[in-house]
Write a protein of this length. Sequence first.
Length: 122
Amino acid sequence: MMAPVLARVAPDAFASIWGNFTTEDLARRYNLWLTMDISNYREAYLSFRQWAREPESSLGDPRHRTMVLSALHNFHIPLKRLAFRLGFLTGMGSTDDTQWQFRRPQGLWRKALQISDQDLTA
């Protein structure tokens, strides 16, 4: 959420991370990727939550445990990208860094993925 602020207050630091991309370039790309991938993210999120509820005792032998943890990690990566992109796009709406305390990422995933409380308890 603070990346657009970084672009405004420290453009050299922003450029060292994102190269020649402007915040507008990145926002266009992130919006496009979100549009294309949103249904996959929803499924990954719900699967991740379901697997995360499994008790440790169900992980079984070390080989099976490694496979499960690897799968959880693989579900995590796209969701991490989603969180970053949603935060970046939300941050584009307010680049006034004096309002940093109002930047709240909570709920961005659920809102974008149309996840209800009922989905989380199912």
